[in-house]
Design a protein around this ligand. Structure first.
Ligand code: CP
Length: 382
């Protein structure tokens, strides 16, 4: 029984004067009280009534947390390239219940109670780190945030030694953000814990692309007739790469738009149409996804002038007119306001889905944690 819902002051056990029977009274907030008198079977009866009320509350206020048949059966989430269409759709569907749950008053369900998750961020983050923490806590797991600034990495310990050290503490999931491309995959091959890639250099950011897909799905329901523009610094963007893979697998048409020098050399290998002009690339698009200029990765190269870049590639209301009439704007954050996106447009909730993306990030990450832990229980722990 979950003591969160049924507290000791909700139940009263008492025996009237001269009576041989114990009686029980249950009074939950805003509910009619009930009484039962059952003599020696009082504890069994109490349990039955309490469970009935508990499941009633769960049904009324919450959602069905019954385990579904897994379609995604892996224990790591390191690359979108590993996901097929059915697996992506499964993760999106599993996230739906958490959208509702995250809007409810009590945002806690202890389905991951006793599980240990580590947030290992070797690069700055606001959204991804905190949303994984919120997700883990709402599911009842213990989450440990390792501050890399205070870790023994500073004393010369290698990353892989850090990982094996933490692995010896028997965690269930390691969530890793690191500037090295492919590092999550490498870590997943040396630890027993599951690994979730929270961004590895310019390579991949799977949960960002999943939350972007969920945001788009909520607006448009289907991907098959959608045209989505991904604009800006494509070369250095892990978000662009993961989104191209996920959204094209779901059936959307993708236009990538950016300066020639910021289009990856192998871009033609991806299922995209390539543009260097916003006017042409945005034509007939339903969604315009802007990318952050990855200043930290543009080392040894010339940073474009903010004013001239914004004029050519920054999204404002005028350029948005090149897209469909009611096209939506997205941005994974953090934003460089006035560089890749106009500040007013970014905050215009009639056009911008940016805050919606953040909300979907928690739902997606809750689903990913739940699915991966369930897969561990099904396929390795039992
Ligand atoms: N979108 C994204 O990954 O943001 P953070 O760097 O704040 O986590």
């Amino acid at each position: 029984m979950n003591s969160k819902f049924l507290k000791s002051d909700h139940i009263k056990l008492y025996k009237r004067e001269n009576s041989n029977y114990w009686q029980m009274k249950i009074k939950l907030p805003r509910q009619k009280s009930i009484r039962s008198s059952t003599g020696t079977k009082i504890l069994k009866e109490a349990e039955k009534i309490a469970l009935k009320y508990y499941s009633g509350l769960i049904k009324k206020n919450y959602i069905n947390f019954k385990k579904s048949q897994p379609v995604f059966k892996k224990i790591h989430l390191v690359e979108t390239a590993d996901l097929n269409k059915k697996e992506i759709e499964y993760i999106l569907n599993e996230s739906k219940k958490y959208i509702k749950f995250n809007k409810s008053k009590i945002k806690k369900i202890n389905i991951l109670e006793g599980r240990t998750i580590f947030n290992l961020f070797f690069e700055d983050s606001t959204r991804t780190r905190t949303s994984f923490e919120v997700a883990a806590k709402r599911l009842g797991a213990d989450i440990i945030n390792v501050s890399v600034r205070d870790s023994s990495i500073n004393k010369g310990e290698t990353l892989l030694d850090t990982m094996t050290t933490i692995n010896s503490m028997n965690p269930d999931i390691l969530i890793v953000r690191h500037p090295e491309e492919g590092i999550s995959k490498k870590i997943s091959s040396i630890v027993e814990a599951s690994v979730i890639n929270a961004g590895d250099g310019s390579h991949e950011h799977p949960t960002q692309a999943l939350l972007d897909a969920l945001t788009i799905k909520n607006k448009f329901k289907k991907f098959s007739k959608l045209k989505i523009a991904i604009c800006g610094d494509i070369l250095h963007s892990r978000v662009a790469r993961s989104n191209i893979i996920i959204l094209s697998k779901l059936g959307a048409k993708i236009n990538v738009i950016g300066p020639k020098e910021w289009l990856p050399k192998n871009i033609k290998k991806f299922p995209v149409n390539i543009f260097t002009e916003m006017k042409k690339g945005l034509y007939n698009c339903d969604v315009v996804m802007m990318l952050r200029i990855q200043k930290e990765r543009i080392v040894g190269k010339i940073m474009p002038n903010q004013k001239s870049y914004f004029k050519k590639y920054g999204l404002d209301y005028n350029k948005l007119k090149y897209a469909k009439k009611n096209a939506f704007v997205m941005h994974p954050g953090p934003m460089n306001r006035g560089f890749e996106i106009d500040s007013k447009l970014a905050d215009d909730v009639t056009r911008s889905l940016i805050q919606e993306q953040v909300a979907m990030g928690v739902a997606i990450r809750m689903a990913c944690l739940e699915i991966i832990i369930n897969n561990r229980d099904r396929f390795i722990n039992d």
